[in-house]
Design a binder for this molecule. Structure first.
Ligand code: SF4
Length: 318
C-alpha cells in the first residue's frame, strides 16, 4: 500500500477530511505529521528562506518530519478557491519553495487546486489518481465520496480542531478569533489561544464555522472587492458577528510580515471601532514569547470585562 504523507500545515486545517476520504478511497495509507512542536518548528526555520512567514516555515518542518517515512508527500498548489479570487502568493509558491529548500524528498504529489476553472478540481484529482496507477472510475468515485464528506467540514472542525471540543454557554463572554486557519487552529503556533480562552469559560467563534453564502453576503462592505478568499472570510465573519451583536471582543491572530493581514486587520479594526467592540491584534513569529503573549491576552480580557461593567469609555483597541 502506498504511503502518502500529509504535512499538518497551511491549508491542512481546511481540507484534511477531503484528502483523507479521497486517498483512503483509492487504497492509499495516509501518514499525517504530528501536531506542530518545537522540533518541527526549528527544523522548518532552518530549512526555509528567512523571508517566509511562520506558517510557511512550520510547513517546511512538517515536510521534513515526513520525508523519510513515506513514499510520497502531498503538496497541492492552491491557486484559487473561488471564481475571481486567489490565494496568497506564498501559498501558490509553497510546493516550489519546499522542493527547492529540502534535500532528499520522496516523490512529491503536486496538483493544482484552481476552482476558478470549472471541473478543474475533478480533473486534478483524476490526474493524481492516474499518477498513482488508479483508474478514472475509482478516482471519480472516491472524489465524489470526498466531496460528500467535506460537506460536514464544520462538524470535523468542532470535534477535531478545538482543543477541548466545541461548546457554547449562554451568558458567557464570546470572542471571535480571526486569522488564517493555520494561525487559528495550530495550537503551537498560536500558543494555545483557543484552549486558554476555553479555560476561562469564554465562548469562541471562528470564521470557518460560517457558511460561504453568509461570508459572501457580509464581506461586501469594502469599496474595492477583496480578491483573496481568506480575506473575504475574515471580513465577512467579523461583519456578521459585529452586526448580529454576538461577540464581546475580537482577537486577530496575524503572522509577522504577512501582507494580507496588514490590510485585513486594518479593515477589521475599523469595523470593530464602528460597533464599539474591543479588538486586539496578536502578531506571531518564532520570537514571540509566551509570557508576553499571556499578559496581553489577560489584559484584553480584563478590559473586556471592565467595559461590560458599563465603563465603556475604556479604549476598544489594544
Ligand atoms: S497569507 Fe500571510 S500568513 Fe498566509 S502564507 Fe501568505 S504571507 Fe504567510
Amino acid at each position: 500500500m502506498k504511503k502518502i504523507g500529509i504535512p499538518r500545515g497551511m491549508l491542512y486545517y481546511e481540507n484534511f477530511p477531503f484528502w483523507q476520504e479521497y486517498f483512503e478511497g483509492i487504497g492509499c495509507e495516509l501518514v499525517e505529521s504530528p501536531k506542530t512542536n518545537k522540533e518541527i518548528m526549528d527544523k522548518g526555520i532552518l530549512s526555509s528562506v528567512d523571508e517566509a512567514c511562520l506558517p510557511v516555515k512550520i510547513t517546511h518542518g512538517h515536510v521534513n518530519y515526513l520525508k523519510d517515512k513515506v513514499d510520497y508527500i502531498f503538496l497541492p498548489r492552491f491557486i484559487s478557491l473561488h471564481k475571481m479570487e486567489y490565494c496568497c502568493p506564498k501559498i501558490l509558491g509553497l510546493p516550489e519553495m519546499i522542493i527547492n529548500s529540502i534535500d532528499d524528498l520522496p516523490e512529491i504529489i503536486q496538483i493544482d487546486i484552481n476552482l476558478y476553472r470549472r471541473n478543474e478540481l475533478k480533473n486534478s484529482f483524476q490526474e493524481l489518481g492516474k499518477s498513482l496507477g488508479v483508474s478514472k472510475e475509482v478516482s471519480n468515485k472516491s472524489f465524489r465520496k470526498a466531496l460528500k464528506k467535506f460537506s460536514n467540514y464544520q462538524g470535523w472542525l468542532k470535534e477535531e480542531l478545538f482543543p477541548k471540543g466545541y461548546s457554547f454557554k449562554e451568558g458567557n463572554f464570546s470572542i471571535l478569533v480571526l486569522g488564517h486557519s493555520y494561525n487559528v487552529y495550530d495550537e503551537f503556533l498560536n500558543m494555545g489561544v483557543l484552549g486558554k480562552l476555553q479555560e476561562r469559560d469564554i465562548n469562541i467563534f471562528t470564521a470557518e464555522e460560517l457558511d460561504d453564502d453568509i461570508i459572501r453576503k457580509y464581506s461586501n462592505f469594502t469599496n474595492k472587492r477583496i480578491f483573496w478568499t481568506h480575506g473575504r472570510r475574515i471580513l465577512g465573519a467579523s461583519k456578521y458577528h459585529l452586526k448580529k451583536a454576538t461577540i464581546d471582543g475580537i482577537i486577530y491572530l496575524s503572522s509577522f510580515g504577512c501582507g494580507l493581514d496588514s490590510v485585513l486587520s486594518h479593515f477589521v479594526l475599523k469595523q470593530a471601532n464602528l460597533y464599539n467592540v474591543p479588538f486586539m491584534l496578536l502578531t506571531l513569529d518564532e520570537q514571540t514569547g509566551e509570557a508576553g503573549f499571556n499578559t496581553r491576552l489577560e489584559a484584553f480580557l480584563d478590559m473586556m470585562k471592565w467595559r461590560d461593567r458599563n465603563q465603556s469609555h475604556i479604549s476598544t483597541f489594544r
